[in-house]
Write a protein that binds this ligand. Structure first.
Ligand code: NAD
Length: 315
């Protein structure tokens, strides 16, 4: 099938280049002029793994305004706060036949995708795949070849033939997809993991493997997990994990899967970019309010991250 990546940053490049290397036709559409200019100027993207084996991979990249392709599947990987604008700029490229897949962090993206695509063709998911954009045209696929995995879930919870084909092709690209049929539960499990690891690692400028060694890691994590589960129970969301399993998932991600990873929220803070905290801890808090429950630790953390963003202006 033919894929076009919208949002050719760290994750968009990783998905697109792995699919391209697996033999599929892939184009890239990006919204950051510096990225497009660097890739065009150097005739490709510099790709490394854990800082080693840096090599140039040729790709086709355009702005939404310059692109003319008609893919079978869009792969969307912007940051949450960039998505509305990216979709608006690309809307002339969308049609009823196309599917869209995304594994963005946080919540809020699906409603935006539904404005442009048939909701039966919106496939979401979660990615445990650590990737860093060092700068324009320069990406690090962290971990060994085949490292990381993802969940894939249809918004309508009914995997059709096209979904199965996408999963098959993602498998060939070593993205290790697992098809699930619990839409809200799959997405919220990752939101909860991110609400702990991304946010706390970002606040203190530490890697996941450093965070998990802290004597307070378990207590902090469990407080956030408990509040998030209380919210989900009130909202009628059936999570895939129990509270204890969610803590074990955080431990596994931090000690085994991605110990050397600075979460993407940290990378944004480090580069003075706004973070996705409103779509992660903020989402949990706001969802709780709809059910008359205050997830106040999540709100406090969200506000601390905003304070850290604000304080960057005084560095
Ligand atoms: P990214 O910031 O690398 O790229 C997203 C978009 O921002 C791209 O269009 C990119 O060109 C642009 N961009 C990058 N740097 C910029 C800058 N300095 N100024 C302006 N624009 C810039 O984002 P990502 O890490 O690919 O994340 C995409 C989504 O996937 C997010 O929801 C993220 O939380 C999620 N995610 C990321 C990882 C990871 O390890 N990076 C893992 C799982 C999920």
């Amino acid at each position: 099938m033919k894929y076009t990546v919208l949002g050719a940053g760290a994750m968009g490049l990783r998905y697109g280049i792995l699919l391209q290397e697996a033999g599929f036709e892939v184009d890239f559409v990006d919204i950051w002029d510096k990225q497009i200019a660097a890739v065009k100027q150097q005739n490709g993207v510099f790709v490394s793994r854990d800082g080693a084996n840096k090599h140039l991979v040729p790709i086709n990249i355009s702005s939404p305004e310059d692109y003319q392709g008609d893919p079978d599947v869009w792969i969307v990987f912007t940051k949450q706060m960039q998505l509305a604008d990216a979709l608006k700029r690309s809307q002339h490229l969308f049609n009823d036949k196309q599917y869209v897949v995304t594994a963005m962090n946080g919540m809020g993206h699906i409603e935006k995708l539904n404005q442009y695509f048939d909701s039966n063709k919106v496939i979401s998911g979660t990615a445990m795949i650590a990737t860093v954009l060092n700068g324009p045209g320069d990406v690090d696929f962290m971990g060994a070849s085949g490292a990381g995995s993802m969940n894939v879930v249809n918004q309508n919870e009914k995997p059709d033939e096209m979904t199965k084909k996408i999963v098959e092709e993602f498998s060939k690209a070593n993205l290790n997809p697992k098809l699930t049929t619990n839409f809200q539960g799959t997405l919220m499990a990752k939101v909860i993991l991110n609400s702990v690891c991304n946010t706390l690692c970002t606040m203190f400028g530490i890697k996941m493997g450093e965070f998990i060694q802290a004597p307070t890691a378990e207590k902090l994590s469990k407080q956030l997990i408990d509040e998030a589960f209380d919210v989900c129970e009130r909202a009628g969301i059936t999570l895939l994990n129990t509270r204890e399993q969610e803590w074990q998932a955080i431990k596994y991600a931090s000690t085994t899967a991605m110990p050397l990873h600075f979460p993407s929220m940290y990378q944004d803070m480090d580069k003075n970019r706004p973070t996705e905290v409103d779509y992660i801890n903020g989402y949990i808090y706001d969802l709780g309010l709809k059910y008359h429950y205050e997830a106040s630790t999540h709100d406090f953390l969200r506000n601390l991250v905003h304070l850290a963003e604000f304080s960057k202006d005084f560095d």
